[in-house]
Design a protein around this ligand. Structure first.
Ligand code: M6R
Length: 364
C-alpha cells in the first residue's frame, strides 16, 4: 500500500516526521530528559573507543555519527565500510565498543565484520530496523530504529531514524562521560523533540524541489558539497541520486574542491551545496563562489539567513527552516532525498526497484 503516493519511496520520505517521533519517544520517554537504552544498556564510562562498521547509506549514518561522538562526547571513533574492515585485520584494543548499523540486519559484509569482532571487542552493539535479523540476534545489544518496514530500495526513513538513534546514543555517551552540561543536553533533547515539526516544514518545499529536479534531470554529472557534520550527507545525497536517477554524482568536502575536483567545473556541472548558516558558512560561501566564477551552476540548500547572505549568483535555492547545528544532517536529508526522487521521476526510471540493486545484499 503506497498510501496515495506514486512510489514507496515517496511514501517513506513523507513518513519521516512520524517515524522519527516514534524513535525519539522510545529513547527519550516523555517527561524525562535522559536517554534510555533497552536491556543492560551501555556504560560509556568504560568505553575508550568506538568502532563503527556498515555499508552504503548506513555507512554514511556512521560517518555523521563520528562528528557527534567526537564533538559532543569526546570519544574517539573509527568508521569503516564493512567490506574493507575485516580484511584490514584492524587491531581491536581493550575498551572498544563495536557498533554495527544496518537497516535489514542481513547485509553479509556487515554480519561478517560483526563476527570478526565477536571475541575481540568489549561489547557488540547494533542499530537495526529489523529486530529479528541476524545482526540484531548476534549482538550483545540491539538498538531498534523504529522506522517501520522500508520497501523502496533507496533507503530514506531508515537513514534519518538511524541518525536520530545515533545522536541520542552520542548524547548518552556525553552524559555518562561528563562531557555535556545539563543545559546543552536539554537543548539537544528539546531540539530532537521539535524535529518532527521541523521535518514537516521541510517537506513543504516538495514543489520547489520538484521544479529544481526538472533542471537537474538534464545533467550528466552532479557534485555535492558539504562540510563538517554536513559532509557525510553530501555523500548520501550523491548516492541517492546515483541509485535511482543513474546520474553520475560525487561528493566532496567543500574545502577539498580546490584540490582537484574544481577542474571538472563548467557551465554543464550542477553543484548541490548543503550549507545551513553555521560557523563554517563563510568558508563554504567562498568555495561556492569559486564554482560560480567558473560558470558552475550552484543549487544552494540553506536557511533564510544563509540564503539572504549568499543567494547572489546561485542557480537555484531551496530554503530550510533554521535548526541547531547537530540536527542539520537529519533535516537536510529531506531535500537531498526529494531531489533524488523527483530527478528520477523526471527521468522515468524505476524508482522503487532501480536496476542492478537489491534491497538486502546477502552476498559478500
Ligand atoms: O540493510 P543495510 O542497511 O545493511 O544495507 C546497507 C546498504 O546496502 C544500503 O544502505 C544501500 O546502500 C541502499 N541501497 C542505500 O539506499
Amino acid at each position: 500500500d503506497k498510501g496515495g503516493h506514486k512510489h514507496y519511496m515517496a511514501k517513506e520520505i513523507a513518513e519521516q516526521p512520524h517515524v522519527i517521533a516514534e524513535a525519539i519517544r522510545h529513547y527519550l520517554p516523555v517527561g524525562d530528559d535522559m536517554v534510555h537504552l533497552p536491556g543492560d544498556g551501555i556504560d560509556f564510562t568504560k568505553v575508550q573507543r568506538l568502532t563503527m562498521v556498515a555499508c552504503g547509506t548506513a555507512y554514511y549514518a556512521c560517518l555523521t555519527a563520528k562528528y557527534w561522538f567526537e564533538k559532543i562526547a569526546r570519544l574517539p571513533v573509527e568508521v569503516d565500510v564493512a567490506s574493507e574492515f575485516r580484511y584490514r585485520e584492524p587491531p581491536i584494543t581493550e575498551g572498544t565498543l563495536a557498533l554495527f548499523v544496518s537497516q535489514s540486519g542481513e547485509t553479509a559484509d556487515t554480519l561478517a565484520a560483526l563476527r570478526f569482532c565477536q571475541d575481540k571487542a568489549d561489547k557488540i552493539v547494533s542499530v537495526v530496523n529489523v529486530p529479528e535479523s541476524s545482526i540484531a540476534r548476534e549482538s550483545d545489544l540491539a538498538l531498534p530504529i523504529y522506522a517501520g518496514v522500508e520497501i523502496g530500495v533507496a533507503s530514506t526513513k531508515a537513514f534519518t531514524c538511524q541518525l536520530a538513534v545515533l545522536l541520542m546514543l552520542a548524547l548518552k555517551a556525553a552524559n555518562d562521560r561528563g562531557e555535556i552540561s545539563a543545559e546543552d543536553l536539554a537543548d539537544h533533547v528539546s531540539g530532537l523533540r521539535g524535529l518532527p515539526n521541523t521535518l514537516n516544514t521541510a517537506l513543504e518545499q516538495n514543489d520547489a524541489i520538484q521544479q529544481a529536479a526538472q533542471h537537474l534531470s538534464e545533467a550528466r554529472d552532479v557534485l555535492f558539497l558539504g562540510r563538517g557534520v554536513m559532509y557525510p550527507l553530501a555523500h548520501e545525497g550523491a548516492l541517492k541520486l546515483k541509485e535511482i536517477s543513474y546520474i553520475h554524482a560525487e561528493a566532496y568536502a567543500s574545502g577539498e574542491l580546490k584540490h582537484g575536483p574544481i577542474a571538472l567545473i563548467d557551465q554543464h556541472m550542477p553543484v548541490v551545496v548543503l550549507a545551513p548558516r553555521d560557523a563554517l558558512f563563510d568558508k563554504t560561501v567562498s568555495n561556492m563562489q569559486e564554482v560560480m566564477a567558473r560558470k558552475g551552476k550552484v543549487l544552494l540548500v540553506s536557511d533564510k539567513d544563509g540564503l539572504d547572505e549568499a543567494r547572489d549568483g546561485t542557480w537555484i535555492t531551496i530554503q530550510m527552516p533554521p535548526i541547531m547545528e547537530n540536527l542539520t544532517p537529519i533535516l537536510y536529508s529531506i531535500p537531498a532525498q526529494l531531489l533524488a526522487y523527483h530527478t528520477a521521476v523526471a527521468k522515468g526510471t524505476d524508482v522503487d526497484q532501480p536496476r542492478n540493486l537489491a534491497k538486502s545484499v546477502t552476498v559478500e
